[in-house]
Design a protein around this ligand. Structure first.
Ligand code: NAP
Length: 294
């Protein structure tokens, strides 16, 4: 069996390329999509992600505004910033990089974002619309996973998908997306987590295994069915004195040992990661399009 490597960089480039026509149509109507990214505190990983999002906007000629706030920022001040971005006609998408410092209630902040500007799709309104199969936006990482599967013509209809992890940003939404009716969905989904029993047996019954546990190399070859499709969402830093940075990124899947057994696999890095940014750009363009009729 020849292994198919699911290349997120290629598919992400196709997604952003396809946005160019939509951008032209918007600009002809005097609209350039604008994304505001808010980051509170000095979590290094958050700052890396925020820079990547800003650069992606720049590459596409979209407006990007980054608000870097000190970790001492009060909840009220953050909510006031969100209010001003909600009211700002140049800004079509707003996202607040998580995690927030512990004195700020993340739910309050997420719920303050106008659902029509909520390009992360974390607002309960958007979570609800996703669940009933009528989304305004889909959250970027799970939407990127679905797009990868569609792009590589991985059949999901009637297939058994096992999702490892039940977080609000990956596990729960990808399960809810793949169980919907329609193309790139219609799957039978099992969601497993740290309280699941016989995790290995569950994984071995997966036609498509999606790993989002945040544990380096958690999924071993003996947990994967021969010929399965594996999507590795994990992005974990492990110490690596040989690297300039002192660390390297690895996924949740033991790629080197799993790859010989599966039909297709997305590596990490280079799989789901690039898709997250591309889908965020797509959501921001969609938000700008919706602003015309809103
Ligand atoms: P998270 O919030 O920490 O959730 C991890 C999930 O894994 C939880 O549901 C947890 O179960 C489950 N889990 C932990 N240990 C387990 C075990 N031994 N057996 C079974 N399940 C276990 O993580 P997340 O935010 O979903 O992220 C998961 C991974 O994806 C991380 O590596 C993260 O960096 C990566 N990620 C990548 C992207 C991207 O763009 N590529 C985006 C988001 C996240 P409980 O609920 O029972 O605790």
């Amino acid at each position: 069996m020849s292994l198919r490597l699911i290349n997120g960089r290629d598919v992400a480039a196709q997604v952003t390329e396809a946005l160019n026509d939509r951008l032209q149509v918007l600009r002809a109507q005097g609209i350039n999509p604008g994304l505001a990214v808010v980051v509170v505190g000095d979590d290094p990983a958050s700052h890396v992600y925020v820079r990547m999002k800003g650069k992606a906007c720049d590459r596409m000629g979209m407006l990007s505004r980054t608000h870097i706030l000190p970790s001492s920022t009060s909840e009220d001040d953050l909510l006031s910033l969100i209010d001003s971005l909600n009211a700002d006609a140049e800004i079509h998408g707003i996202l607040c990089q998580l995690p927030l410092p512990s004195h700020i209630d993340e739910r309050k902040v997420i719920e303050r974002i106008d659902p029509y500007k909520d390009v992360d799709a974390f607002h309960p309104y958007n979570v609800g619309r996703m669940l009933i199969g009528d989304p305004l936006f889909l959250p970027a990482t799970p939407a990127g996973i679905q797009r990868l599967l569609v792009s590589y013509e991985v059949e999901t209809r009637g297939k058994h998908v096992v999702v490892l992890g039940r977080s609000n940003i990956v596990g729960k939404p990808i399960a809810s997306i793949l169980m919907q009716k329609g193309e790139g969905a219609d799957a039978t989904v099992t969601v497993a987590h740290s309280r699941s029993t016989d995790l290995e047996g569950l994984c071995r019954r997966a036609d498509i295994l999606i790993a989002a546990v945040g544990i380096p190399l958690f999924v071993k070859a003996d947990m994967v069915k021969e010929g399965a499709v594996v999507i590795d969402v994990g992005t974990n830093r492990v110490d690596d004195p040989a690297s300039d940075k002192g660390y390297r990124l690895v996924g949740d899947v033991d790629f080197d040992n799993v790859k010989g057994k599966v039909a297709a696999i997305s590596p990490s890095p280079g799989g789901v990661g690039p898709m997250t940014i591309a889908m965020l750009m797509e959501n921001t363009v969609k938000a700008a399009e919706m602003s015309l009729g809103h």
